[in-house]
Design a protein around this ligand. Structure first.
Ligand code: BGC
Length: 486
């Protein structure tokens, strides 16, 4: 999605772009989509207890209610690429907004768990569609110089959405109002619909479907400071030189693309199996086990230690990702994640022991506070590394023609792994215990470190064409090391 598809063609407008009204609205679209994504992921942490009380739901049902959003998102992400090509980016985003509203209403009015789960699936589908279509739309509308920032705003908005959800959870926690918590996401969804409605589709999509006049109109509306006709001609010229025949799925999985595809899928999977969403979703429960006894205490810990830290550390990444490079951020983040996950494992080991001997009652214990600090370190380490950098890399390693499909595959792997973790986290805790579960996440972080060290080349500061050259080497990382560029 973030892309050079327009990168080749906007040389005429390299002057400092003006942030006009319509361009700000493009920013609002990406912001609202990210907020919705994050809100829907974060809100469930505070709603679970109320849902459990209302429906007397079992652990399995609670895990389904939590995690099926990601199943819906997996399917949504897979269909979004071709949908956005067929009906356009604008209609696809409008559709996602409508799905959000319908899903949120199903959730909040659900008479039983079946409708609730259906609502979660619909919301998830909307999240998945938006997670592909909104960054794609923003990348295509943004001037080249601002494109990176437009796309990284998305990750920032996700973390802000999670934070807002935690604040809502905290405000409503004592009132057992899970229906309101889930229903509230209809508000930003309606806003997204209203902002998107008067917007034109992206000029690039109009060109793709042969509507050149509309492309020129759309471009002059969103960016009145550029010579729209000249720029559209330039884009047209550049794309004429590319092979425009549609990519096939066979091509995505061909031997030629194996290396970047493995890097994309590997990063997507490691981002999830190192435990981020277990913590985002089940933070209140983890803090409860760590000795935070009241729901208010748990919610406060979740809001500030997880939610706020996540936003702040993501800001760091947005600023530094192009300065430090992808590999140093990823590797440094994984060191922090491994150490903090191991610490949580160790403290749970002692807390579990204390519990069986009858001690540990009455507010957060020392071990509980250490868990809190360790989780802060974990979230911060994730947020400046795997959180944003994985998405950056996934979007820059594939050649133009197959990017849409290849990104959809990597995104689907990401949602699939997120689903596995959130579906089985509580089961894991029940069967192997708290400590072992966190040691397992720590073990995956070590594996991720070794694999990234050996397999993920540095892409910072390289043009898309240079990145494609990287894959011609048998061992791209070794070649970069030999060339002294690592
Ligand atoms: C991940 C999400 C996660 C979020 C947390 C994103 O990069 O893809 O699964 O919930 O970061 O901030």
């Amino acid at each position: 999605m973030a892309d050079e598809t327009n990168g080749t063609a906007v040389g005429a407008t390299q002057a400092k772009p003006k942030m006009g009204k319509w361009l700000l609205l493009v920013g609002a679209v990406i912001m609202l989509s990210g907020l919705l994504f994050g809100y829907d992921q974060g809100v469930i942490a505070g709603a679970l207890d109320g849902i459990q009380k209302t429906f007397g739901a079992s652990t399995t049902m609670i895990q389904i209610i939590t995690s099926w959003v990601t199943l819906g998102a997996l399917v949504g992400a897979l269909v979004a690429g071709s949908l956005a090509d067929k009906i356009g980016r604008r209609l696809t985003i409008l559709l996602a907004a409508i799905l959000f509203v319908i899903g949120a209403l199903c959730e909040s009015l659900a008479p039983g768990t079946t409708i609730l789960v259906i609502g979660r699936l619909i919301v998830g589908f909307g999240v998945g569609v938006a997670s592909v279509a909104a960054p794609l739309y923003a990348a295509e509308q943004a001037p080249t110089r601002l494109r990176g920032r437009f796309v990284s705003i998305y990750q920032l908005a996700i973390t802000m959405g999670i934070f807002v959800a935690y604040l809502v959870n905290q405000a409503l926690i004592s009132k057992d109002t899970w229906r309101v918590m889930l229903g509230i996401s209809a508000v930003p969804a309606v806003l997204l619909f209203l902002v998107m409605l008067p917007m034109p589709d992206s000029p690039r999509w109009f060109l793709k479907v042969g509507r050149k006049d509309d492309a020129i109109k759309a471009l002059s509306k969103v960016r009145p400071d550029v010579d729209a006709t000249a720029e559209i001609n330039e884009i047209e010229e550049a794309s004429r030189e590319e092979d425009e025949s549609p990519a096939t799925w066979g091509e995505v999985f061909s031997k030629k693309l194996r290396k970047p595809l493995m890097v994309g899928i590997g990063l997507a999977v490691f981002q999830q199996i190192t435990g981020i969403n277990a913590i985002i979703y089940y933070a209140n429960k983890i803090f409860a086990q760590a000795g935070f006894e009241t729901p208010q205490g748990q919610a406060a810990a979740t809001t500030w230690a997880i939610g706020a830290v996540n936003v702040l550390a993501t800001l760091i990444a947005v600023v530094y990702v192009d300065r430090f490079g992808r590999r140093p951020l990823l590797l440094a983040g994984l060191v922090g994640m491994t150490l903090s996950l191991t610490t949580v494992g160790v403290t749970f080991h002692f807390m579990d022991k204390a519990d069986t001997s009858g001690a540990g009652a009455g507010g957060p214990t020392t071990a509980g506070l250490i868990t809190l600090v360790a989780l802060v370190v974990f979230i911060a380490s994730f947020a400046f590394s795997l959180g944003p950098v994985v998405w950056t890399v996934i979007n820059e390693i594939f050649p133009n023609r197959v990017r849409g499909r290849a990104v959809a595959v990597a995104t689907a792997f990401n949602w699939g792994s997120a689903w596995l973790v959130s579906q089985f986290f509580l089961t894991l805790i029940d069967s192997i215990g708290n400590s072992a579960t966190f040691y397992l996440f720590a073990f995956f972080s070590v594996l991720a470190y070794i694999w990234i060290w050996r397999r993920v080349p540095e892409t910072k500061g390289r043009t898309f064409e240079e990145i494609q050259k990287i894959w011609e080497d048998d061992n791209p990382v070794q070649s970069q090391r030999d060339a002294g560029t690592l």
